[in-house]
Design a protein. Sequence first.
Length: 164
Amino acid sequence: MNALQALKTRRSIRSYRPDPVPAVVVDDIVDCGRLAATARNLQPWEFVVVTDPAIRHQLADLIETGRFIAQAPVCIVVFCRETKYWLEDGCAAIQNLLVAAHAHGLGSCWVAGEKKPYAGQVAALLGVPEGQKLIGLVALGYAAELPPMPPKRPLTEVLHREKW
């Protein structure tokens, strides 16, 4: 799958088959995350890959909107140390993870982290040192079902040339 096709056909998946994802594939996806655009090349991110079902269930119990994390064979949790653009950098890394997962034939879903009441609990559960900010969690696995593409605003509605 080429990059444009991956960007244009990716969608959020919240239902996963139990099939394990090969570690080499997970490593390649995280490698794509670490290669994201980053302000001043600070690369503030850290990635915690969770495959242990017990820990994934604990994460799902903490996050009401992320109950499906328990079902996904992999959860990649993204943290950033605080820099001037830590949130932007971390979000860029997550976008790379999502597109790379799709290019590998996997489904994924981004679950919010920053500003959420469970952020500290997630960090504590995963043994994350002080000074790291939870950016988000990415559930990852082979899709059990493919929902239809959600409607998107047309280009003519969102594109402005020279001025609004």
